[in-house]
Every structure is written in structure tokens, then in C-alpha cells.
Design a protein around this ligand. Structure first.
Ligand SMILES: CC(=O)N[C@H]1[C@@H](OP(=O)(O)O)O[C@H](CO)[C@@H](O)[C@@H]1O
Ligand SMILES: [Mg+2]
Length: 545
């Protein structure tokens, strides 16, 4: 059968469900994400686009991940991963949106061919797509649709079945670098565990981890994968006592339910189940294991959370010190990348105390990742716990090739080289970030309380505001100021002036039909008052047409 006929026939098995009120499917920050029963046709069409992208990029493997991360169990999502394990290039988000929204199967074939012509894609060269999914039962139907698209588009594929999101990103990069000098690791799930476990042992090098770490896995894919990973740590080299909780993947309805990193961050409390043990060092993954939040419940003072800003400043401080001990301070540009949601106290601590450069980007990890790549060592985290540390090829070479003049310098260089392998270079990875935190705490001989003492967060509040038309709100200065509607920013500025150490901004959400208002100030009551004022400004401007 001819290429077009095969696509047409396969597409008929996976029709697209038209959305209510003529709305369009949109490739957003997290790919296509919505109720799973709307996604079968979308997954099919994403398969076609991934095949085109592979051919456009000279047959490099493209990844597709089926997950809805921290969303409820009824949702699912489809997103594309680029050859080095990065998020899909922005220009192609538009193409994905165009291809997915074709109303009929015939339109789909027509737009597909239009893309082939416009992008000058050679359909005769091989294409390769690899994919995985989280534990959601709906993932089965979606990968079937995806595989049907790949068969119809004469594309080689590998189904890695159940994976965490960062594992799929690892596999994409490993596949595309296999057999080259920049090989990222063995092309298998086992290869991922082996690489990280060996780096963990090297990074610990004789240091001791204090007490038990409890890990809440949001009843998602992180649970089984963490259990699996732990088998790769040689007990005689590192004693790591981990208690895995909320790891039930047999009851899909409990996924992300009252647990996980998103619950902890947004509710600012520990999951009620299992009952929090006072003082226990605890962390939470989200449903696809790419976000990480640490916390403990103090017998005296109650719940205390260490979020993405804290992980970022901890990593920047530790790596900054190692770079100095390694004698590389003058050669390495270290930068920290945050969004406007980062607590102002963390920004101050990093820029004034650690004396490191801080850059603010718009929300969404693809923006942070991109800016972090501009440094030799780029630390980036969103406050919600998604992030990683990127090392440039020059930095990795320097860690390996610098000849140490003292045992202390050798130790620093070895630890840096180990961190280069331990920390996922493709995307934020809860498992790898958690090991990084454990390594740092062990090196510093710190408890969570010691970590928390580095600075004091400014009290803050984040509010979701429903407005008639969120698109009325446009931002500038990395989303920290509104350029439209005219007059709104001046009113926010007036409100901010009334409070001490205050900062506030408003922006349209990229993932929900709402605006978000963030406010921080010297005291809790001032932060709340400021947030209320700014919410009123947004409500007023959001309703006026
Ligand atoms: C304040 C906030 O947490 N915003 C989240 C949220 O984006 P919004 O554009 O604010 O809806 O979802 C994004 C994707 O998961 C995540 O990157 C981001 O941090
Ligand atoms: Mg996630």
C-alpha cells in the first residue's frame, strides 16, 4: 500500500474526538494533556509528527512519553522528546498543534504531505521513535494508537513500556549517542540504573548517610522504579536506608491522590498517609518522577518544606565550593536559573551570599533548560521541584583531565566528575535529584534542619484567578510585569509599594484557563493582603472587555 493510503487506513482506527465549542487541541508546556478518553486520535497524530521529526533530523531517534504527571488518574498526556533528550523544539509545537487538529482523516493526510513538502523531508530515509508510558491504564490504548501511526509511517520503533519521564529522556539521548565519544550510557533501563548507581557510589566516597529516608512516590511510576534502582546500590559500599511509601500502582485511582510532590508543594503539608513520623527525613516524587520536594514534620515547629528553590541553592552552594576546591574557579561560569515564582529570599541568598549569577526566565522548564545551557555549570529549578544541573562538555572534560596537586583537590575533582554522571543532563529527574541531595547532605554532614537554616523564605501566596479572558494579560521582563492590559501594572506597582520587602506579579497560566497571582512580603499577613489587592486588580481588568 502507498504511504498515504496506509496512513489514511490506520487513522480511521483512531479517530479524533472534536472538542466542545470548536476548541482546538494545543501542544502546551507539557505536550497534549487532558482527559485520557480524548487522546487516542491525538496519540496517533503525534506518532506521525514524531516520525517526520526523526526524518527531518537525519534519522535520529525521537522520543514520545505518555504521561499526565501529577494530574488525576483520569487524565493522560502525550509529549515529544528531541534527540538529546530535550523538550520538543518550540517551532514544532505549532506543527504538532496543526497536525493534531485536522478535522478529517483526509485533511490529516493532506497536512502531513504539506509538512513533508514545506520542511523538505525525505520520506525514503529511515525514521526511529522510542516511547514509554507511566502507570495509567489508559496508556495502553494510547501506545497502540502511537504504534499504529509508526507502522503506517514506515518508522522503526522501540516500546520501552513503563518508564519514568526522565528515564525516557535518558534513553533518547543514549540511543542517539550510542557508540560515539559522547555516549550517554547503555541504551536500556538497566543502563540507566547502573550509570546512576555507580555515580552515586563514587560521589559518596566513604561519606555516611544519616538515618532513614522516606520517599513518597505519589502511587505513580516512581515507586516500582525506585525499588528497582535500589537493587543496584552495592550495600558494602553505601548504606542507604530507604523506606518507599505510596508505591501502590495496582489501584490506579490512588495515583497522585493526597500525596506526591505537587500535593506537598501546593497544600504545604505532608501526605496524610502514611502518618508522618515526627522528624523523619522525607521527600516526595510526582506521578511521573520528574519533580522532587523534601520536608520534615518537626515535633516542635511542625511541617517544613524544602522545595525547588532550596534544592537549587543547595546544589549551587555545594558545586560552587567544589569548583573552588578543584582550582577551577576562574575557568567555570556558574549560573542559577529561576522563574519569577522563586522565593525572593532564595534569589538574594544565591546572588548575595553565594555570589553567583541568577537569571530569571518565563515559566516552563524548556526556558530554564535553554538558559542553563549557556553556562559551564547551569543550575535550574522551578519552585515546584522540577529541575537539574547541566554541565558543559568543557566542564566535564576539566573534571576528568585536571591534574590534582593535593588530595583535597583530587577529592573535589572526583566528586564533580561523579556528579556529572549522577545528575540527569536531559531533564529534571526526581530519582537522580534525590541522590544528589543525599550526597550533598552526607558531604556536609547536614540534617534537613541545617539545610533549612541557610536562609529564611519570605512569606508568600499563590492565587489562581478565574477571568473571562486570560489572553487579555500579556507580560514582559520574564513574566514579572504586565504589558497589557494598559494600566494594570501601574496598579500592581502601587499595591506593592505599600508593603515591606514586597514583590508581586500576575500572568496568564500556560496550562490552565486562569491567571495566577504571586505575592511575597516581610510578614505572612502583608503577603496575604498584597495578594488580595493584586487579585482584585486582575479580576477588574480581566472582566472589562
Ligand atoms: C506556578 C506554577 O507552578 N506553574 C506551573 C504550571 O505552569 P502555568 O503556566 O503557571 O500553569 O505548570 C507548568 C507545567 O507543569 C510548570 O512548569 C509551572 O511551574
Ligand atoms: Mg511530572
Amino acid at each position: 500500500m502507498a504511504h498515504n493510503d496506509k496512513i489514511l487506513a490506520a487513522s480511521q482506527k483512531h479517530p479524533l474526538v472534536p472538542l466542545e465549542r470548536g476548541q482546538l487541541y494545543k501542544y502546551g508546556t507539557a505536550g497534549f494533556r487532558m482527559r485520557a478518553d480524548l487522546l487516542e486520535g491525538v496519540a496517533f497524530r503525534v506518532g506521525l509528527l514524531a516520525a517526520l521529526r526523526s526524518r527531518k533530523l537525519n534519522s535520529q531517534a525521537i522520543g514520545v512519553m505518555i504521561t499526565a504527571s501529577h494530574n488525576p488518574a483520569v487524565d493522560n498526556g502525550v509529549k515529544i522528546v528531541d534527540p538529546m533528550g530535550e523538550m520538543l523544539e518550540q517551532d514544532w509545537e505549532r506543527l504538532a498543534t496543526a497536525l493534531v487538529n485536522c478535522p478529517t482523516h483526509e485533511d490529516l493526510v493532506e497536512v502531513y504531505n504539506k509538512l513533508v513538502a514545506e520542511l523538505k523531508i525525505d520520506l525514503t530515509i529511515p525514521a526511529k521513535v522510542i516511547y514509554g508510558r507511566d502507570t495509567r491504564p489508559s496508556g495502553h490504548t494510547l501506545v497502540t494508537a502511537l504504534a499504529d501511526a509508526l507502522v503506517a509511517a514506515d518508522t522503526e520503533y522501540v516500546d520501552y513500556k513503563i518508564l519514568t519521564t526522565p528515564q525516557l529522556h535518558y534513553l533518547v539521548r543514549a540511543t542517539n549517542t550510542e557508540g560515539t565519544p559522547s555516549s550517554y550510557g547503555k541504551v536500556s533501563e538497566v543502563g540507566y540504573y547502573e550509570k546512576i548507581a555507580s555515580a552515586f557510589v563514587r560521589a559518596m566516597k566513604g561519606r555516611k548517610i544519616d538515618g532513614t529516608l522516606t520517599v513518597d512516590c505519589a502511587n505513580g511510576v516512581g515507586g516500582p522504579k525506585l525499588h528497582e534502582f535500589l537493587k543496584y546500590i552495592p550495600k558494602d559500599k553505601v548504606a542507604f536506608d530507604v523506606k518507599v511509601v505510596n508505591d501502590d500502582v495496582l489501584r490506579p485511582e490512588v495515583l497522585n491522590l493526597d500525596c506526591g510532590a505537587d500535593f506537598v508543594k501546593t497544600k504545604q503539608r505532608a501526605p496524610p498517609i502514611p502518618k508522618p513520623q515526627p522528624g523523619a527525613r522525607t521527600c516526595s516524587f510526582d506521578g511521573d518522577a520528574d519533580r522532587l520536594i523534601y520536608y520534615w514534620v518537626d515535633p516542635q515547629t511542625g511541617f517544613f518544606m524544602l522545595d525547588g528553590d532550596r534544592i537549587s541553592s543547595l546544589a549551587a552552594s555545594f558545586i560552587g565550593d567544589l569548583i573552588e576546591s578543584a582550582g577551577l574557579k576562574d575557568d567555570m561560569r556558574i549560573g542559577v536559573v529561576q522563574t519569577a515564582y522563586a522565593n525572593g529570599a532564595s534569589t538574594n541568598y544565591i546572588s548575595q551570599h553565594l555570589k553567583l549569577k541568577v537569571i530569571c526566565t518565563p515559566t516552563g522548564v524548556k526556558h530554564l533548560h535553554h538558559v542553563a545551557q549557556g553556562f559551564d555549570i547551569g543550575v535550574y529549578f522551578e519552585a515546584n521541584g522540577h529541575g537539574t544541573v547541566l554541565f558543559s562538555p568543557d566542564a566535564l572534560n576539566a573534571f576528568r583531565d585536571t591534574k590534582p596537586q593535593s588530595p583535597a583537590q583530587k577529592d573535589a575533582l572526583d566528586t564533580l566528575a561523579a556528579l556529572g554522571d549522577l545528575i540527569n543532563q536531559t531533564v529534571g529527574d526526581a530519582l537522580s535529584d534525590m541522590l544528589m541531595v543525599e550526597v550533598i547532605l552526607a558531604h556536609k554532614n547536614w540534617t534537613l534542619r541545617d539545610w533549612a537554616m541557610t536562609y529564611t523564605d519570605l512569606p508568600n501566596r499563590l492565587v489562581r484567578v478565574e477571568v473571562a479572558d486570560k489572553d487579555l494579560f500579556e507580560t514582559t521582563d520574564a513574566e514579572r510585569r504586565l504589558s497589557k492590559p494598559s494600566g494594570a501594572q501601574e496598579e500592581i506597582d502601587e499595591a506593592v509599594k505599600k508593603y515591606k520587602d514586597a514583590r508581586s506579579f500576575a500572568r496568564a497560566s500556560g496550562t490552565e484557563n486562569a491567571c495566577r497571582v504571586y505575592a511575597e512580603a516581610a510578614t505572612r499577613s502583608e503577603a496575604n493582603e498584597l495578594a488580595d489587592r493584586v487579585v482584585r486588580v486582575i479580576e477588574r481588568y480581566g472582566s472589562s472587555q
